[in-house]
Design a protein around this ligand. Structure first.
Ligand code: ASP
Length: 330
């Protein structure tokens, strides 16, 4: 990608998950809700980022909060169920200037895991906290706590019941790749949300939040909260948030590998992302996408699935939301 003028620099990029998202199968009302909520996230993130003193961490946190609050995405409210019918949330945030990071896995009561992850980053001596003790620590440090039902949505429950039924019929432990409900709306395996941002001081940040994979076992942790797998930010290279088959993203250290290809090999953002998605993850059998942003305001949105919910905001306030492969690239 060529150098962008100061006003055309991308300052915030977001995703709402990658998967089997095709124009023919995505109902108009779901598409409208997705586009509206992605635009709202860019607006909220942009306001936090572009106000005097706003930082890339503010932009990431506020954008992701909007997506966590939306029932459309697999993060916060609307997250997928485990096969034990619980909802267990993962999130991470990272500062590209200091390489400080905060992450949570398997939390069940925090309304906005991305904000709680930021509190871990800023106030805890550890990087990654898990389970009930993490819920407790965050509550004691001001996180908003909600009952488990807050996260439940009827569609996600239906989706789980259908998948459990299909798995029982086939005797398969493995989640079937599509189901009639999933096909009606989207491929619900994914739907994780994430953001990468660049502030006026030239600092990058990245954040990711998710309910994980639908039909996951209770206790399973995906790539999103693992620094270097689903989330990474380093001013020396770029900021990355990933979505897709977490097990594969963990095994290839997806986000950190992309940053290393940019830092040490001088690859473009697009090429670095494609290298990991298509040359590392795809041959193993995994699929997904990443959003990548550097300090010049260049962004890339490579994905190996049919579509990826995504969008960006430029320094002059232009918002663009894209879903399908054929949508224009910035
Ligand atoms: N990467 C997430 C996970 O494996 C799922 C997703 O991106 O939707 O937990």
């Amino acid at each position: 990608m060529t150098d962008r003028g100061p006003d055309e620099r991308i300052v915030l990029a977001i995703h709402g998950g990658a998967g089997v998202i095709a124009r023919e199968t995505l109902p108009a009302d779901v598409e409208a809700a997705v586009r509206r909520d992605l635009a709202d996230a860019l607006t909220a993130g942009g306001q936090a980022l572009l106000r005097p003193g706003g930082t890339s961490l503010d932009g990431v946190e506020q954008a992701v909060r909007v997506l966590e609050d939306s029932p459309v995405f697999n993060a916060g409210r609307g997250s997928v169920f485990t096969r034990e019918r619980t909802i267990e949330l993962d999130a991470a945030i990272m500062c590209g200037q200091t390489l400080r990071a905060g992450a949570l896995a398997g939390v069940t009561s925090l309304k906005n895991p991305i904000s709680a992850a930021r509190t871990v980053m800023e106030r805890c001596e550890h990087v990654l906290m898990i389970g009930a003790a993490a819920d407790r620590w965050c509550a004691e440090h001001g996180a908003e706590v909600v009952p488990p039902e807050y996260f439940h949505t009827p569609n996600r429950l239906l989706e789980l019941e259908e998948k459990l039924l299909a798995a029982a019929k086939t005797g398969s432990e493995i989640e079937p790749r599509t189901s009639s409900i999933a096909a009606l709306t989207q491929d619900h395996r994914f739907g994780t949300v994430g953001a990468v941002a660049l502030d006026r001081a030239g600092n990058l940040a990245a954040g990711t939040s998710t309910g994980g994979r639908s039909m996951k076992r209770s206790g399973r942790v995906g790539d999103s909260p693992l620094i270097g797998a689903g989330t990474y930010a380093d001013n020396a290279s770029c900021a990355i948030s990933a979505t897709g088959d977490g097990e594969f993203f963990i095994r290839v250290c997806c986000a950190r590998t992309i940053a290393a290809l940019v830092e040490y090999q001088g690859l473009s953002l697009q090429r670095a992302g494609e290298e990991v998605l298509f040359r590392k993850i795809q041959p193993l059998g995994g699929a997904g996408g990443v959003i990548i942003l550097n300090r010049r305001g260049e962004a890339a949105f490579p994905f190996s699935t049919l579509g990826m919910y995504r969008g960006f905001l430029t320094a002059d306030g232009r918002i663009d939301v894209q879903i399908y492969r054929e949508d224009s690239v910035p």
